[in-house]
Design a protein around this ligand. Structure first.
Ligand code: GLN
Length: 549
């Protein structure tokens, strides 16, 4: 049977529960344990798929096509193993299941209540992955903060699970904040004490306290926290602010978090963990040999979390190339034909971001025209690829009103159009082309060179597609479809072979970039940016050779 670790949060939100859970998982994984992480979100949306990125950051898509919380991205980037629908549960999904069962008459005339029916459904889902036999340890992150009304059924379920299972089969890590009061020159423990009390009032006792802090914890503070919060002294873990999230597993290791956790779960704790690959990555991240500037052209620029996976992919691709990637976020709404040179001229590469709707579209198209004509490395993702197709149709093929039917349903040249299967769909949630699809790459293409393979699989999240009735015209004019779905023939990748580095993809490669496996398309763009900076032109000319920026 699997062991269950629960991660709760107190005092404030945004403490980094997701990064903490991923870091703990990484340490346990490095010691040979099979670990997975799941997130339970207390909001009523069935999934975050219909949420505006400004509300909730990026929507992360899993292999099996679930639209999930962005923390699952951290789990995958750290652990390098895929998550699935089962790894993200919301209150909406729990209630939906219970209400559907009630309509089917499954409760045999009983009154359906939060306790036991909702908590039973939460419990079923919390234990599910641990019952597959695939994992030794399941870490469950509870979204929100202890004390929130909507978090109560989750804490109650954790209490019940603790009561039902053996003592050493479950563990609770409670993440809190120790604020530093400048005037008193002191770290304050009171908010932590209160949040632990709040948990205890719900019948749940934390085993480990993880304290976010700007300053190191003194021995006195550790003792005080242990005494007043009823945990052992070695279970007070200091979580100092660090310069990169990838340092957190190392900091947790220094605090012996993994050993403490394993001992409490009565699992062998003396195995030597292997974090050598992680250290190599951190070393490269900390010691870049140069830097490149890449423009991220999008419309959700105000919020970093909206493009979380893209930012992380650049960090990983930079380390792989031994450079620091400075990502300059540029609002597509502020770009036009007149200012594009001034906005983009100094950059070594451009990524045009995914997105929905008309806002900022013309700015994206102007940016692509500029980089295409000026041989600046280009990478378009999903809507970014669609914009590259529209730009080429308008400015090279002379179809002046070419557009996607998402933006202009009446265009004479619908070069991007809705998929047939999508046209009948009315519901918005979970109905896009979602999850992993196969893609066949053309031999000799830039994509095939970068991937080093002819058959790949990537994750999708979109309703619109390249309109194949225009394919011949595009190919004759120099824009090639170099990646296609082998079953449907849908175009998944376009390239301009005459350009030093111009590639647009219909899928989301950023979702598959991990520390252990940085994504080849990001690695390729950074390499092309280095070459652009050093004045060389073709990525393929120097592939495999070291380049200095
Ligand atoms: N809005 C586009 C579509 O639905 C692109 C989606 C995206 O960029 N993820 O096809």
């Amino acid at each position: 049977m699997a062991k269950y670790i629960f991660v709760t949060g107190g005092v404030t939100s945004s403490l980094g529960k997701g990064i903490f859970a991923a870091s703990l998982a990484k340490l346990l994984q490095s010691k040979g344990y099979r670990v997975t992480i799941q997130k339970f979100d207390p909001y009523i949306n069935v999934d975050p798929g219909t949420l505006n990125p400004y509300e909730h950051g990026e929507c992360y898509v899993t292999e099996d096509g679930a639209e999930t919380d962005l923390d699952l991205g951290h789990y995958e980037r750290f652990l390098n193993i895929p998550t699935s629908q089962a790894n993200n549960v919301t209150t909406g999904r729990v209630y939906q299941t219970v209400i559907n069962k009630e309509r089917e008459g499954a409760y045999l005339g009983k009154t359906v209540q939060v306790i036991p029916h909702i908590t039973d459904e939460i419990k079923r889902r919390m234990l599910l992955l641990g019952q597959t036999g695939e994992f030794d340890i399941v870490i469950t992150e509870l979204g929100g903060t202890v004390g929130d009304i909507e978090a109560q059924p989750y804490v109650e379920t954790v209490r019940q699970i603790r009561w039902e299972l053996e003592e050493h089969d479950t563990l609770i890590c409670h993440l809190t904040l120790l604020p530093y009061l400048k005037s008193a020159k002191e770290l304050k423990t009171k908010p932590t004490q209160h949040s632990v009390k709040e948990l205890q009032a719900l019948g749940v006792m934390p085993d480990i306290l993880v304290c976010r802090t700007e300053l190191p914890l003194t021995d006195d503070i550790r003792r005080k926290l242990a005494l007043f919060c009823n945990v052992e002294k070695n279970a007070v873990i200091q979580a100092l602010d660090v310069d990169t999230i990838y340092q957190v597993p190392i900091e947790m290791q220094k605090e012996h978090l993994d050993t403490t956790v394993l001992q409490k779960l009565q699992l062998p704790s003396d195995r030597i963990g292997d974090l050598s690959k992680w250290h190599v990555f951190l070393d490269k991240l900390r010691n870049p040999q140069g830097e490149v500037k890449i423009g991220l052209v999008g419309k959700y620029i105000e919020l970093q979390d909206a493009y979380k996976s893209i930012h992380e992919s650049f960090i990983q691709a930079g380390a792989t190339n031994n450079v620091k990637v400075i990502v300059e976020a540029i609002h597509s709404e502020h770009i036009d034909e007149d200012n594009v040179q001034q906005k983009l001229g100094h950059l070594h590469g451009i990524l045009v971001a995914p997105g929905f709707g008309n806002r900022g579209i013309e700015g994206k198209i102007s940016a692509i025209k500029y980089v295409r004509e000026n041989n600046i490395p280009f990478f378009g993702i999903c809507l970014g690829m669609q914009c590259a197709v529209i730009e080429y149709a308008r400015n090279v093929l002379g179809m002046h009103d070419a557009h996607s039917t998402e933006m202009n349903p009446d265009t004479k040249h619908p070069v991007i159009d809705m998929m047939e299967a999508q046209k009948k769909i009315v519901n918005k949630g979970g109905t896009m082309r979602l999850g992993a699809y196969a893609c066949h790459l053309e031999r000799g293409s830039l994509a095939e060179k970068l991937y080093g393979a002819e058959n790949i699989s990537e994750r999708h999240r979109h309703r619109y597609e390249f309109n194949n009735t225009y394919l011949e015209k595009f190919e004759n004019a120099g824009m090639k479809a170099t990646g296609k779905n082998p079953d449907s023939g849908l175009v998944e990748i376009v390239e301009i072979p005459q350009h030093p580095h111009f590639i647009g993809v219909q899928f989301h490669p950023e979702l598959k970039s991990t520390v252990d496996n940085p994504h080849p398309l990001f690695v390729g763009l950074v390499k092309a940016a280095i070459l652009h900076k050093t004045g060389l032109k073709k990525t393929s000319d120097v592939k495999g050779k070291a380049v200095e920026a």
